[in-house]
Ligand binder design. Structure first.
Ligand SMILES: *Cc1c(COP(=O)(O)O)cnc(C)c1O
Length: 360
């Protein structure tokens, strides 16, 4: 039986990729801001409608450079409901993650909870657009402006998402993307840092390249955030297909919606005025027991959904004990169902049938 996983990486026709390889061989320029990377950055800026965009070697480095470029210190208010990189990047940069609980409907950080966590040591808010669903960016901006805090959005899931008619990446001081192979748009490994602030852009530009200002001069400390031409080539092959990939995911999501509509499963609520990218298909079970039993049965049928996100990040051993009851509760009950561009209708039906045989 063919295995059905939560996602499947889109690979372009091999000839399209090898055409780029020919150019790499001819030029002998393999990395260090090569022509394919420059072309990819330009195309991404246009596609996404953002001012400055720096491709880096993964989404975690993107977060860490963002924290460094903003000079953040002490406490950063963040979400307990995200991938672990959101929290670990804060700890890795010697800042303290302070968790603000999530809104049970959108599963993004709840602005009222953010307000409660602000102290004189707070330097920033680091929020995730969970499953590509935009955070309450207007409230977060107001809170940040009032309290003189910086805002970073972990937009790893939000490639191609628009909010109020523009890319959601335009909100906050910095947004970061992941181009990991499991993401909607990928460069095998990769990520990006987005800002509309020229001064920050300058810093990010040198920080991702060891701090270099020419071969023998340095602006300041930096890290190796560079990306190879091989990764850029993959991105260039996939970018023209992204709209099609989103359409395919939308179609499959609608089939799930239809098949699962009369069950006790709930879905997160999409933020209003959002053009969504259908990056994930999360469902909330009534109980964790139901989820575990369903997952077991799906696994027996070679179907492998994932518990995105479990466990809740406030329970990690390196963050100290902090409460986030909504996130903990949601983490226990949420499962992302298989969703990818060429998932067959029959497989979607099979997943839905198995789930329905176990829950009301
Ligand atoms: C994937 C992901 C990351 C990390 O990105 P990498 O490219 O794998 O380093 C960070 N945050 C979120 C929310 C993610 O889903």
């Amino acid at each position: 039986m063919q295995q059905i996983n939560v996602t499947k990486t889109y690979l372009p026709p091999l000839e399209e990729y090898t055409a780029y390889l020919k150019g790499i061989w001819d030029r002998g320029h393999l990395t260090n801001q090569g022509p394919l990377l420059v072309e990819l950055e330009e195309k991404l800026r246009n596609y996404l409608g953002v001012k400055h965009l720096f491709v880096v070697n993964n989404g975690t480095i993107a977060l860490q450079i963002a924290i460094k470029a903003l000079g953040l210190k002490n406490e950063i208010i963040t979400t307990p409901f995200s991938y672990v990189a959101t929290t670990s990047s804060i700890a890795w940069e010697n800042c303290t993650p302070v968790f603000a609980d999530i809104d049970p409907k959108t599963l993004c950080m709840n602005p009222d909870e953010i307000k409660k966590k602000i102290t004189p040591s707070t330097s920033a808010i680091l929020a995730t657009h969970v499953y590509g669903n935009p955070c309450n960016v207007d409230s977060i901006k107001e809170i940040a402006d009032t309290n003189k805090l910086k805002v970073i959005y972990d937009a790893a899931h939000a490639f191609g998402v628009n909010y109020k008619g523009i890319s959601v990446l335009n909100y906050g001081d910095i947004s970061t993307l992941s181009f990991h192979a499991t993401k909607l748009f990928h460069t095998i490994e990769g990520g990006a840092i987005i800002t509309d602030n020229d001064e920050l852009a300058h810093k990010i530009g040198y920080m991702r390249n060891f701090g270099h200002n020419g071969p023998e001069a340095f602006f300041g400390a930096g890290i190796n955030g560079k990306t190879s031409e091989f990764n850029a080539a993959m991105g260039l092959c996939i970018l023209p297909k992204v709209s099609e990939l989103i359409e395919a995911r939308k179609r499959i999501s609608k089939i799930y919606d239809e098949l699962l509509k009369n069950t006790s499963l709930k879905k997160p609520e999409l933020t209003e005025r959002t053009e969504y990218n259908y990056a994930y298909y999360p469902v909330l079970f009534e109980t964790e027991e139901q989820l575990l039993e369903t997952r077991k049965r799906l696994n027996e049928n070679s179907i492998f959904p994932r518990r995105y996100f479990y466990p809740s990040l406030n329970t990690m051993n390196y963050v100290g004990k902090q409460d986030a009851p909504v996130s903990e509760e949601v983490s226990r009950r949420v499962l992302c169902l298989p969703l990818y561009y060429d998932l067959e209708n029959d497989d979607v039906k099979k997943v839905a049938e198995i789930i329905k045989s176990l829950i009301e």
